[in-house]
Design a protein around this ligand. Structure first.
Ligand code: TRP
Length: 320
């Protein structure tokens, strides 16, 4: 098949999936949208802005822990490893590992936002000339086939507490899939946001500058573009709160007025005040998380907590 044609065929396939998932989500009694659709190029940039916010402690806390963790890993991991990063985004955190771990010769970063990933990979290549980088544009909420099956053991890297954006059931399914695709002898370094005072959590998802609100509403613009929708971002408000019963931040978009939204041939009626649930961000104590990981066949090797216990990074090993 000629290149142009195959590119078009795969673009259509992605759009169909997006349309189907959007229609399915908006057809529920409690409307919802898959949070992975936050991440078009604009969404990836808003997310980078969130990471710079004073209120958003998870990013800077984990980032500050990584050089020390990488140093510990250089003693713990003696063999050569390929790194597979899930939801690689702008490839900032991986640099801190690469600087301390010369035994990493190959990086396979996975992200759903293709253009953003390719740009970030090109930049990383200039900095680490001897590193082989194989960007994989894929949705890691599904099974991802790694492009090769070489003999080099894998180190999975899943920072940012993205695992919290799955429900606990989905998280176990993801961890199980990741274990199988990473293969025998795999390790997984994974960042997990801890349970803490709800005020701190609340502030992290309700910043003064309203960047999180823009990020949340951008999902509608992304859907307009990719699935032929006519959402008006200005007719929806950002709403995020901590739900202690479920141990999670919930993000919603609240319709400011009664309105009808069209997506392709489908129409969705909103009452004033009706919500679309756009994301969850589950928080786990280190013990809770290890129990979850064990259900997916991972055992804890080591964990790192910052002094204020705001964030935890776990090193897991495949095989119960
Ligand atoms: N996974 C991180 C978290 O849940 C980052 C993140 C995802 C995020 N979506 C977000 C942060 C929306 C702020 C707002 O915290």
């Amino acid at each position: 098949m000629p290149a142009a044609q195959s590119a078009r065929a795969s673009a259509t396939k992605t759009d169909d999936t997006l349309l189907r998932e959007v229609v399915e989500g908006l057809s529920q009694v409690h409307k919802q949208l898959p949070s992975k659709y936050f991440y078009d190029s604009a969404g990836s940039r808003y997310f980078d802005e969130i990471c710079q916010l004073e209120e958003y402690y998870p990013y800077r806390t984990e980032l500050a822990m990584l050089p020390g963790i990488a140093d510990d890993l250089s003693h713990l991991i003696r063999d050569q490893r390929d790194v597979v990063e899930f939801g690689a985004g702008s490839l900032v955190k991986i640099r801190l590992l690469l600087q301390h771990l010369p035994q990493i010769k190959r990086l396979l970063p996975i992200d759903i936002a293709g253009d953003h990933l390719r740009e970030a990979a090109a930049e990383l290549r200039r900095e680490f000339e001897h590193l082989e980088i194989v960007p994989i544009v894929a949705d890691f909420t599904r099974q991802v086939e790694l492009p090769d099956r070489n003999k080099v053991k894998k180190l999975g890297f899943f920072p940012g507490s993205t695992i919290g954006n799955f429900t606990p059931l989905q998280a176990v399914a993801f961890l199980d899939r990741a274990r199988r695709s990473l293969g025998a002898g795999a390790l997984l370094l994974i960042g997990v946001d801890t349970k803490k005072a709800p005020e701190i959590l609340h502030r992290a998802y309700n910043d003064k500058l309203g960047v999180t609100a823009k990020f949340n509403r951008n999902i509608l613009t992304h859907i307009n573009r990719e699935a032929g929708g006519d959402f008006d971002e200005d007719k929806f408000d950002h709403y995020a709160f901590y739900n202690p019963t479920q141990g999670r931040i919930e993000m919603h978009l609240i319709s400011r007025e009664q309105q009808v939204v069209t997506v392709e041939d489908y129409q969705f009626a909103f009452s004033k005040g009706e919500n679309i649930h756009t994301e969850n961000s589950h928080k786990y104590t280190p013990e809770e998380f290890l129990t979850l990981a064990a259900e997916a066949g991972w055992r804890g090797v080591r964990k790192w907590l910052d002094d204020e216990e705001l964030f935890c990074v776990h090193l897991l090993q495949a095989g119960g």
